[in-house]
Design a protein around this ligand. Structure first.
Ligand code: GLU
Length: 278
């Protein structure tokens, strides 16, 4: 078993991250496997070396040791770009100039239970040769799906909320995920889906252990793996740690930062107890 913890160094680790990291670490160690650390720092504007330093300090304090060097995504941008080029050459990308407001206005009524606005496909007809400075690149998800044997599009989930085999349906990905942005101009150049799916393969991760909030986008990653002939890991999406009001903890919830608990005298065992992993 080979797992990883893949934080974005854009803020302090909070209880939710601690839960994810401890779970992945303990599952690997119990199986005699490995636990890797990856910094998802492709958001060049918000990622800071100070946050990475604090994350490493917090993990060490929690007693989590990672195997091998830290994998930093910012050091692999040319690799992601060359894969984007491959997708473009296969006719799977198109340039998009729509703003969030354009997308909201063009879309029909917001869909119940869908966490993000589905892109209505306004720019789907545009060829790559029409790319203008400032355009994002979107994946033509329906076309990508059609290039893969649909029987191969399955993944195994071992997390408590969605345990089982999941078959990826074309109709569902097109209507519930839509043509996602894989690359944009500016500081957050490569989308999370792309970088993280390739890194899981490059780092030979056997079990992706991460928050339940990312479950819905897993099909896009599985589709990308198939387009590039990469293996699909086993997925384990865990419950989220919520605040007293039931809201998922976010980076800005500094009140639950591990460093704050540390400063107040909590022990690593206290943190394990707080997240239910004692
Ligand atoms: N970087 C993502 C986050 O901090 C995690 C991505 C993943 O585990 O696949 O939420």
């Amino acid at each position: 078993m080979r797992t990883r913890f893949a934080p974005s160094p854009t803020g302090p680790l909070h209880l939710g991250h601690a839960y994810s990291a401890i779970l992945a670490h303990d599952m690997a160690r119990r199986a005699g496997g490995e636990f890797l650390l990856r910094m998802e720092d492709t958001d060049l504007g918000r990622s800071k070396p100070e946050w990475e330093a604090l994350i490493r300090e917090d993990l060490s304090w929690l007693g989590l040791r990672w195997d091998g060097p830290v994998h930093r995504q910012s050091g692999h941008i040319p690799d992601y770009n060359s894969r984007l080029e491959t997708l473009a050459d296969s006719g799977l990308l198109y340039p998009c100039s729509c703003s969030r407001a354009d997308i909201r206005n063009a879309a029909s009524a917001p869909q119940e239970g869908v966490a993000h606005q589905i892109y209505p496909g306004t720019c789907r007809h545009r060829p790559m040769s029409d790319r203008k400075p400032g355009d994002a690149l979107r994946l033509n998800l329906g076309r990508a799906f059609d290039q893969i044997d649909p029987d191969a599009l399955v993944f195994t989930e071992t997390g408590e909320c969605h345990r089982g085999q999941h078959r990826i349906s074309r109709a569902k990905v097109v209507s519930e995920i839509g043509d996602v942005v894989l690359s944009r101009k500016g500081e957050n150049i490569v989308a999370y889906f792309l970088a993280s799916a390739f890194d899981d393969a490059d780092q030979r991760i056997s079990h992706v252990i991460r928050g339940e909030d990312l479950f819905g986008f897993t099909p896009v990653q599985v589709i990308l793996q198939h387009l590039f002939g990469l293996p699909t890991p086993i997925y384990h999406h865990h419950r989220l740690i919520r605040d007293a009001a039931g809201k998922r903890l976010a980076k800005r919830d500094d009140a639950r930062a591990i460093s704050k608990y540390r400063a107040e005298g909590a022990s690593p065992a206290d943190i394990r107890r707080m997240v239910g992993l004692a």
